[in-house]
Design a protein around this ligand. Sequence first.
Ligand code: C5P
Length: 232
Amino acid sequence: MSNAMKLCVSLDLPSAKENLELVQKIKDYDVWLKVGFRSYIRDGKKFLEDLKAINPNFKIFLDLKLYDIPNTMADAAQEIAQFGLVDMFNVHASAGRKAMKTVMDRIKDIPNKPLVLAVTALTSFDNEAFKAVYNEDIETKATKFAVDTYESGIDGVVCSAFESLDIKNNTSENFVTLCPGIRPFGEDAGDQERVADIPFSKENKVDFIVVGRPIYKAENPEFIVKRILENL
Ligand code: C5P
């Protein structure tokens, strides 16, 4: 993606009501909304419809990290794409090349098909725990996963801002990077180990910054969103 960096707001509040109240406050801004497991399991497709009803221009990132056998993943991807509500969703790269190719092949002719990203290594893993599952060092394997995803026709990856440039160098400038762990103006890191601010994300060619707590815990979320967008 060559155009300007985009803001994706993580809807991580504990109820649909609170998430919708937050979205109401930022309804006039050009942002993406990230809907995760918890919200989607609890509030389902109706929640996606409620978000689009607030502003049809909102873009929705459905963060369900699909992982299953290729045909089952493709079935799920097809259902998501056919909602006509989701602009981006993701899968696990460790499901393998065949699964990723099957997903991309299944949705290729669906009108307005969503962007598809892959998760390389979950950031909750330290090197030891990662090695116990994948038998390789996390950095080496994460780069291999990124190349796998690119060669499978996936549009981009979820990664740290610290890896964004390296991943683009190993794949393509146009390969999308979406990066959580962003503290736009150096806010409190919370439980994130390594955080990046806006200038760092820009230098590293990040396409999407994902921001949760610095927005939804702010006294005035609208002000923070406005300030972030002015700085992208
Ligand atoms: O509140 P904060 O800005 O830290 O939220 C970041 C969001 O990105 C959360 O929804 C979190 O689950 C998600 N995320 C992450 N690290 C990853 C993948 C997703 O922080 N590696």
